[in-house]
Design a protein around this ligand. Structure first.
Ligand SMILES: [Ca+2]
Ligand SMILES: [Ca+2]
Length: 183
């Protein structure tokens, strides 16, 4: 009888843990912050941009890649972390561009920027991609999120990326390193 009581108690405790509201947080990264000292000419002032700056990419052949290191640590260590890209904020004037998103070397999403022709005025009008790619179920550790573009001759401006995380330790820096590489 005592044994049964212990088993029942364990079941109740397990249920209580599982039914806790999942901790969910949002984090963002400014694309212009990816630039190193020698790449300082690739950002643009924009009064409507997040943090007043964008990363300007004119890249017709896919030379550049934004590499964002992602560090995940669970808040509740009995469960994995779930991550999805909630939004990529950008501007474009002229022909549309393709934005390519890879996670740890695997393509998870592509999207096309909106084509607008307003003699340059559209660069200060920012648009939201909305959700990009699937929700990713992750073990604790470090990953790399890569964003590259195929543009027309005038390019695209990337402003900011925002991710949603479930069960991420809020004390951990999700964006734990960044670089702009070129091939
Ligand atoms: Ca363009
Ligand atoms: Ca920005």
């Amino acid at each position: 009888m005592a044994d049964l009581r212990i088993v029942l108690l364990s079941v109740v405790i397990l249920f209580a843990v599982n039914s806790q509201a999942m901790l969910e947080i949002q984090k963002h990264f400014e694309f212009e912050d990816v630039l190193g000292d020698l790449q300082d000419n690739m950002w643009v002032w924009r009064s409507e941009a997040s943090d007043l700056k964008t990363l300007r990419l004119e890249d017709e052949t896919g030379v550049y890649t934004v590499n964002l290191n992602i560090c995940v640590q669970p808040y509740n260590s009995t469960m994995n972390i779930t991550l999805y890209i909630d939004d990529i904020r950008y501007s474009n004037d002229g022909p549309s561009d393709t934005v390519i998103v890879d996670f740890d070397g695997i393509n998870i999403a592509n999207f096309t920027t909106i084509e607008k022709w307003r003699s340059g005025h559209e660069w200060n009008v920012f648009r939201n991609s909305g959700n990009v790619g699937p929700a990713l179920n992750l073990l604790p550790g470090q990953y790399v999120l890569q964003i590259s573009v195929l543009t027309d001759q005038w390019g695209v401006e990337l402003d900011r990326i925002r991710v949603n995380l479930e069960n991420q330790d809020p004390m951990e820096n999700v964006f734990c390193g960044a670089s702009l590489s070129s091939t």
